[in-house]
Ligand binder design. Structure first.
Ligand code: FAD
Length: 503
């Protein structure tokens, strides 16, 4: 196994040992830490920031699939009670209705990242994960048995695995030598939170960006402003005067802008890590993919990366599964990230203000007024259409398990409630009995249940009710069939390790 190092790791110095070290306590690192802690893994986060405070509101909301994964852990209500729901997703400056999608969360949740992170950190705190704050990962070296992680306070941590959740400029990615190919920015946007003396024009602009109240329920100031800039390259940080001039150029007025909380800029730089894994080092979230904020997908994709990786890493650390299981993290999540990059680039192109791009946009909007194109695009942006390639078969294979109302011998239960402890479930909807679960009984929960309603999937519509379903901790379906199917023991062994022979 190759070793990568940026700073020399002090040999002989006392090292604190953990199974997993996570660099970065942003949305991705926090979610991953929660998933690992639920599985009983000894995990620590190293975080540069002194608290969860952000220098801006950043991401504006959660998409359906992210709310669903939080619901799978029983914590969605914490976020829902802090935000506002709207029955649509944004795409290329228009809104696509998703109220007909068969999910309990057929909406976006408007909730600023600055509010989202403290709630998520609260959950991670309850699970007892230590966060080493005001410290940075500054280098590491990996060998056959683990990773020595160098921390900025001159201490070292020894871990079996290191996960870089350290954002778009990821040091972990650079030190691991993982390429980050993609596209340089073509557009730069000013972003600010300000007060205004006059009531501004609220709403999106055709070229992207716009003005809106920070508190969307209450309205009024302070306002969030996003404005396309004339140039992509800049040598200095934006000032209030510069923002005022940009407002005049866009609206003919600066609306008496004053008292900025912050002024910053972002671009549509689009890049993706060539590999999400290099030996004992993994990347997740912005460390693995960066793109324009169109469609509001960055935070959501990172949280879902974490939910895909968490249970796999836990099983490898627990020695339930071989470490080849970690390769499926790249195989499954890299195409999802690539699709997000692709759709944000398309949205950037559709927002261009030259006549031909506008003609293309008008054509696209016409198509999106039809049901099938709307469903497809909205399924993609909401994350509800994610399909891991687990082979041919029933349409549910590789897709998310819907949150069905189930009847069991112990009473009524929602499907997602069965996933709260992040353990796999073998859901038998046929007659009870017929399969010996005992070799996997410590890992996989067999539930006999009935569902009376139809089976519906977003985008695909109604599907045939399966006789039994094997559901991974991330909520994706790993096998479908009859309990007598000889493939079932193989699927259990592939995903959840070899069975322990009954004594
Ligand atoms: C203007 C704007 C609007 C956006 N809107 C949306 C939206 O509506 N929806 C959406 O889903 N996404 C949106 N995003 C994207 C979203 O903010 C990011 O995708 C998200 O923050 C990624 O989370 P992360 O945890 O992967 O990385 P980050 O949030 O970047 O977190 C990385 C963490 O690692 C820490 N760190 C960095 N280096 C080190 C180190 N060496 N050692 C220790 N700690 C380190 C940082 O302090 C930080 O806490 C937007 C982004 C911007 C800029």
């Amino acid at each position: 196994m190759s070793a990568f190092i940026r700073f020399p790791v002090r040999r002989g110095a006392a090292m604190t040992e953990h199974a997993v070290v996570i660099a970065g306590a942003g949305p991705t690192g926090l979610m991953l830490a929660g998933e690992l802690a639920l599985a009983g893994i000894d995990v620590v986060i190293v975080e540069r920031r002194a608290s969860q405070d952000l220098d801006g509101s950043r991401a504006g909301g959660l998409h359906s699939r992210t709310i669903e994964v939080l619901d799978q852990r029983g914590i969605a209500d914490r976020f829902l009670s802090a935000g506002q729901v709207h029955p649509f997703v944004g795409y290329a400056g228009t809104f696509l209705d998703i109220s007909d999608f068969p999910t309990r969360h057929n909406y976006i949740l408007a909730l600023w990242q600055s509010l989202f992170e403290p709630i998520l950190a609260g959950w991670v705190g309850e699970l007892g994960v230590p966060i080493l704050r005001e410290r940075e990962v500054v280098g590491f070296a990996q060998d056959d048995t683990g990773v020595d992680v160098q921390v900025s306070d001159d201490s070292s941590l020894r871990a079996e695995y290191l996960v870089g959740c350290d954002g778009g400029r990821s040091l972990v990615r650079k030190v691991a030598g993982i390429d980050f190919p993609g596209w340089d920015p073509t557009a730069s946007y000013l972003i600010a939170q300000v007060e205004m003396d006059e009531e501004p024009e609220i709403g999106m602009r055709p070229e992207g960006g716009g003005i809106g109240p920070v508190n969307r329920e209450k309205g009024g100031g302070p306002y969030g402003v996003v404005l396309l800039e004339k140039q992509v390259e800049h040598t200095s940080a934006p000032t209030l005067q510069y923002l005022g001039e940009a407002l005049v150029a866009a609206y003919g007025s600066d609306f008496g802008v004053h008292s900025p909380t912050w002024i910053s800029r972002f671009t549509d730089m689009t890049r993706q890590a060539a590999s999400y894994r290099e030996g004992r080092v993994m990347l997740a979230g912005d460390a693995a993919h960066v793109h324009g904020p169109q469609g509001g997908q960055g935070l959501n994709t990172g949280v879902q990366d974490a939910v895909n990786l968490g249970w796999k890493l836990a099983q490898v650390v627990n020695k339930t599964s071989p470490d080849t299981l970690l390769d499926t993290y790249h195989t499954e999540r890299h195409p999802v990230g690539a699709r997000v990059l692709h759709n944000t680039m398309a949205q950037v192109a559709l927002a261009r203000i030259d006549e031909r791009s506008q003609a293309l946009r008008a054509t696209m909007l016409e198509l999106l007024s039809m049901d099938e194109p709307r469903r497809r695009m909205a399924g993609m942006i909401s994350g509800l259409d994610i399909h891991y390639d687990l082979g041919e078969g029933h349409p549910l294979l590789g897709r998310r398990m819907p949150d069905l109302d189930l009847r069991t011998a112990d009473g009524a239960i929602r499907m997602f409630a069965l996933l709260h402890d992040a353990r796999p479930v073998l859901l038998n909807l046929g007659e009870p009995g017929g399969f010996e679960i005992s070799p996997w009984a410590t890992r996989v929960r067999l539930v006999d249940a009935k569902h009376d309603g139809v089976w519906g999937l977003p985008v695909l519509g109604e599907i045939a009710a399966p006789p039994a379903v094997l559901i991974r901790p991330d909520g994706h379906v790993a096998w479908i069939g009859d309990l007598t199917d000889p493939e079932l023991p193989r699927a259990l062994a592939t995903w959840f390790g070899k069975g322990t022979p009954a004594r």
